[in-house]
Ligand binder design. Structure first.
Ligand code: G6P
Length: 591
């Protein structure tokens, strides 16, 4: 949530690096973007634009900026509307900063700084940080000491970088709660601080990740170097790891969007996750399993509940991280807690995990980024092999998550059957454009399913909501008559997930109930059920889609790819940006 980048270089071309990093960080937010840099005379300049990074890029390109030191930001608004004055960087007396996170005590600090005579120009919590550093400099502190002191006065979560026009040869960064990485270019001519490895994929091939409370200084000497300090001020070496994100990972490879490319990778991702699965945890040693996550990752947990209870006969709870962490959970004895997160940075999932660790209970993280905060803090880590996922709506990571969870409880997976399920949808003759045009103008949509198709229905509805902005609800097919059926009329489409499994007849009955109220149905079933539809397919209000038959265990994979493509085509039919849906961000590092 919000992407930050800072660059210090012997070349005068930092604006190019800043913009290329911001383009890759855009998945963290795209309400506004901005840079601040020190020009030839070491004087601080700032350029900010509302909207996507492309606008900023166009403005910067016209200016032929020459700068050795600069910072950049792409914003997901928390405090204050999406305006230029609220866009980062924020400045004060030659100091410029960018911030990811939330400063909880900003009102008190603001009051104090207003009393000192500072005039605030934004509604953000962030602006206090720039003014606070400037106020400490005014009392005679050096930039580093002023920064250190200011950081110690902040309450909340943050990744912050700062530059100062009177000390142009250093970058300062601080991390608490939000991720931060530091690295140098291979020729050691440039140094960078950024939110993640993706930002630095073309810039630095080795990175160090800051730990909670760390401060980093990147400085020019005979060579560029960086030094990390713990919160007690002691210099500390943090391990460096290769930056595994390649240019290939961050390119669309000929697809019109990252989302479409990522959906088309789902079969490959399943195969890779299967082949690299390397975890011998024996879940049968536990009496209970609790799965905690947010968004699509939560739905992966909800799918796993059906499998683990059915196959391993272990009780499973699945819970939303933001709810779990603020109630007083009772920890069942001999439980395994699994935290699922694509990014490994979702703050609610991270804090929920810390709560469990504090209770002395072992935690297992299922993450796609092994350098992430959740991976680094968990007792055990299981990595999904989805590769870099850039589309804000998670797709291929969901496939990797459900397959990993299935592998935890079932050892004899037929991976070919999984691949075939996915490929049959990717390469089948389904007319998604026509289907999308049918549903795109519905007043609202339902996705219904029973058994393991129910959490897939939840994921289907989430995808439609986030990309098409149509109000969509996922519901257990059997529950629709207990309220939601009141919404049904000829303007409401229901996508019924009814593959031929033990729930098939029941789900078909539920679709009949909807048809009786003039609702429209998109029936997503399997071809082995063709003769069992009791004429429902002849109803003018029904559109049928037949997926290939499969073992019930693997049906969720073809259903998943289908609902992902349907969401993609529906958003496309509405003319939306599928990679950057409005108001969202991929990595949610604020509560
Ligand atoms: C955001 C993203 C979703 C994602 C959720 C959880 O809301 O837009 O696509 O599922 O965060 O993210 P995580 O990285 O923890 O899986």
């Amino acid at each position: 949530m919000c992407g930050i980048i800072a660059s210090l270089s012997y070349s005068d071309n930092v604006s190019k690096d800043l913009i290329s990093a911001l383009e890759r960080l855009e998945y963290r937010g795209y309400d506004s973007a901005g840079v601040a840099y020190l020009d030839d005379n070491s004087s601080l300049k700032r350029i900010r634009t509302v909207g996507k990074v492309q606008h900023l890029k166009e403005v910067l390109e016209k200016q032929h900026i020459k700068a050795h030191t600069g910072i950049g930001h792409t914003r997901w608004a928390t405090h204050g509307k999406v305006t230029e004055s609220n866009a980062h960087p924020h400045t004060a007396d030659g100091v410029a900063i960018v911030h990811n996170g939330i400063i909880e005590n900003y009102q008190e600090l603001k009051k104090q700084l207003v009393n000192e005579g500072y005039i605030f120009e934004s509604e953000t919590d962030t602006e206090v940080i720039a003014k606070l550093i400037a106020s400490h400099i005014k009392t005679g502190e050096q930039f580093f000491e002023a920064f250190q002191k200011s950081i110690s006065e902040l309450v909340g979560t943050f990744a912050i970088v700062a530059i100062y026009e009177k000390e142009p040869d250093i970058l300062l960064g601080a991390k608490k709660g939000s991720p931060m990485a530091v690295g140098l270019s291979p020729d050691k001519q440039s140094g960078y601080i950024a939110s993640d490895a993706v930002a630095l994929s073309t810039l630095a091939n080795e990175l160090a990740y800051l730990e909670e409370g760390d401060i980093v200084v990147v400085r020019k000497g005979r060579q560029l170097s960086y030094e990390i300090f713990e919160s007690n001020g002691q210099s500390i070496r943090r391990e460096t790891v290769p930056n595994k994100v390649s240019l290939d990972d961050v390119s669309k490879k000929g697809y019109d969007s990252f989302m479409l490319k990522e959906i088309f990778e789902e079969a490959t991702v399943a195969r890779r996750t299967y082949e690299k699965f390397n975890y011998d945890i024996d879940i049968s040693e536990f009496d209970n399993i609790s799965i905690i996550a947010c968004g699509t990752s939560y739905y992966a947990g909800a799918v796993a509940k059906y499998w683990i209870e059915d196959i391993a006969k272990i009780h499973v709870d699945v819970e939303i991280a933001s709810e779990f962490r603020y109630r007083n959970p009772v920890f069942a004895k001999n439980s395994l807690y699994i935290f699922i997160s694509q990014s490994g940075e979702t703050i609610d999932t991270l804090c929920a995990m810390r709560l469990v660790k504090e209770a002395g209970i072992k935690t297992l993280a299922l993450v796609n980024v092994d350098t992430s905060s959740i991976a680094r803090e968990a007792d055990f880590v299981l990595k999904t092999e989805a590769g870099v996922e850039i589309g804000v709506a998670s797709t291929k990571a969901f496939v990797a998550q459900i397959l990993s969870l299935l592998m935890l409880c079932y050892k004899n997976i037929d991976i070919k059957a999984v691949e075939l399920s996915i490929n049959a949808v990717l390469n089948g003759n389904y007319d998604f454009t026509r289907l999308a045009n049918k549903i795109k103008n519905s007043r609202s949509l339902f996705y219904i399913g029973r058994g393991v198709s129910y959490p897939i229905a939840l994921e289907g509805a989430l995808k439609i909501k986030e990309l098409s902005y149509i109000s969509a609800e996922g519901y257990p097919a059997g529950e629709i008559k207990h309220g939601p059926i009141a919404i049904i009329d000829e303007n409401v489409y229901t996508m019924a997930l009814a593959p031929y499994d033990k729930y098939f007849d029941k789900t078909i009955s539920n679709t009949q109930e909807i048809l009786a109220r003039n609702g429209k149905i998109l029936l997503i079933t399997t071809s082995d059920a063709k003769d069992l539809l009791h004429g429902i397919d002849k109803n003018d209000n029904v559109e049928c889609v037949f997926l290939p038959p499969n073992s019930p265990l693997y049906l969720p994979f073809s259903l998943t790819t289908f609902i992902h493509l349907l969401a993609y085509y529906t958003a496309n039919a509405k003319g939306h940006d599928v990679d950057k849906p409005r108001n969202l961000a991929k990595s949610v590092t604020v509560e």
